[in-house]
Ligand binder design. Structure first.
Ligand code: HAM
Length: 406
């Protein structure tokens, strides 16, 4: 008997995992280049952290959290997102001022599973804490945008909006409540409750949201400071050469946002997967979690959706050299050790294996080249075959390292 992974979760094995490894390597590299430091937090938190940060009236908190009571009677929740956790960690460490954090890992939301909508999914996130400068908003948006282009997804659009600071939001909330009140009876049961908790959440309800096309837009109710901030972000985006689409209806599904909100979309994809990532400014979140005011902005990108978006695009070889042992194993193992020390990705089959089986394995592993190590040749020369075109050359081990890397 065998077991399947739980509903809405996936096992990721080669060849698909080759793509995952590459996505994570590019993520590590790009965040280092932009000065974001690694931060890791637990995979579960006290439920209160998410309830306060994400908001009681949100779909995520109301319907999608994996919550349980631990043996000590405390309510725990598998993280449905990690921004709240990173801010909690920053506050708990007694940090103040600027902190640029890169974090990644599996998140958990109880969803109706489909392609690109999983119960366990993987996010990479960047958070820029400790500044309300519009430059931070632009840097963060640029970083996400650049990541898509480096992993090979073209045509990603930035949908951009501002929902204003807390003062603008309070004014807008009033206007929205007045607009919604006469429609109360037509709204779904959840939205009738949301109207009293946070009417903004009615706009992203899957049932009612699409019907409310002429609802007032937050961007039309910004106070001077929020409007100036938004203008500065847009000007910065233009200077950075990043195109964006004004989307006055974009509010995002989490309560912690203030001012800038954005989403990365690919218009040709299915609606369920079209949001490849999203984020925004959250100047009030640290206070919400009991800390001082810490203005901040960040985003999270869904790797499951990026993998889907990449489709079956040809992968680069996963190995530089596959060593075929045609004679003495000691020579072959020594050769492998040296090539690995030179930074090449090298593998072989364990003994005993026929030469034919070893060549088959080289193909299966999608190696760039095969190195045949025979009986101790006096001059140390070996045969290397490039697998893409069958081209063969005889050379020394040091030459092999140089040949493959070139
Ligand atoms: P979010 O929009 O909830 O934002 O999620 C960001 C991305 O995670 C989505 O655009 C999508 O690609 C992916 N995602 C979300 N749910 C699922 C799912 N069930 N299955 C597969 N992929 C999914 C956040 O999580 C915020 N923490 C973003 C942020 C960071 N804001 C500020 N800093």
């Amino acid at each position: 008997m065998t077991f399947r992974p739980p509903k809405g979760t996936d096992d990721i094995l080669p060849p698909e995992s080759l793509r995952w490894r590459r996505l994570l390597q590019i993520w590590d590299d790009i965040t280092a280049r932009y000065g974001y430091e690694l931060v890791m937090t637990p995979i579960f938190e006290n439920t209160e952290v998410f309830a306060r940060a994400i908001g009681e009236a949100t779909e995520v908190v109301q319907k999608q959290m994996f919550t349980w009571e631990d043996k000590g009677g405390r309510s725990m929740t598998m993280r449905p997102e990690s921004t709240a956790a990173v801010v909690r960690a920053y506050l708990n460490a007694g940090r103040r001022g600027i902190f640029k954090g890169a974090h990644s890992g599996p998140m958990f939301r109880y969803e109706q599973p489909q392609a690109g909508r999983r119960r366990q999914f993987f996010q990479v996130s960047a958070e820029y804490l400790g500044t309300d400068s519009p430059e931070a908003d632009v840097e963060v948006i640029e970083l996400g945008h650049r990541y898509y282009s480096e992993v090979g997804i073209d045509g990603v659009e930035v949908q951009l909006n501002s929902i204003g600071d807390s003062e603008s939001r309070a004014a807008y909330r009033q206007v929205l409540a007045e607009y919604l009140e006469p429609k109360r009876a037509e709204l779904c049961e959840d939205c009738q409750k949301r109207m009293d908790q946070n009417p903004l959440r009615v706009l992203d309800c899957k049932v009612d949201g699409p019907k409310l096309t002429n609802a007032p837009a937050p961007v039309d109710h910004l106070n001077t400071e929020s409007a100036e901030h938004f203008d500065a972000v847009k000007a910065g985006m233009e200077r950075a050469g990043i195109g964006y689409i004004d989307d006055p209806r974009l509010v995002r599904g989490l309560d912690y946002y203030t001012k800038t909100v954005f989403e990365y979309t690919v218009p040709t994809y299915d609606a369920a997967q079209s949001s490849l990532g999203g984020g925004g400014r959250y100047d009030g979140l640290a206070e919400q979690l009991g800390g001082p005011t810490v203005p901040a902005v960040g985003f999270s990108l869904g790797l499951d959706r990026i993998v889907l978006a990449l489709g079956d695009a040809d992968e680069e070889p996963a190995l530089d050299v596959f060593v075929v042992v045609a004679g003495d194993r000691t020579n072959a193992l020594g050769a492998m050790r040296l090539l690995r020390q030179r930074g090449l990705r090298v593998d072989s089959l364990p003994a005993p294996a026929s030469v034919k089986a070893q060549f088959k394995a080289a193909d299966r592993r999608n190696a760039a080249a095969v190195l045949v190590v025979g009986e101790g040749l006096a001059d140390g020369a070996m045969t290397v075959r490039r697998l893409s075109d069958g081209h063969e050359e005889t050379m020394t081990l040091e030459e092999v390292a140089a040949w493959v890397t070139s």
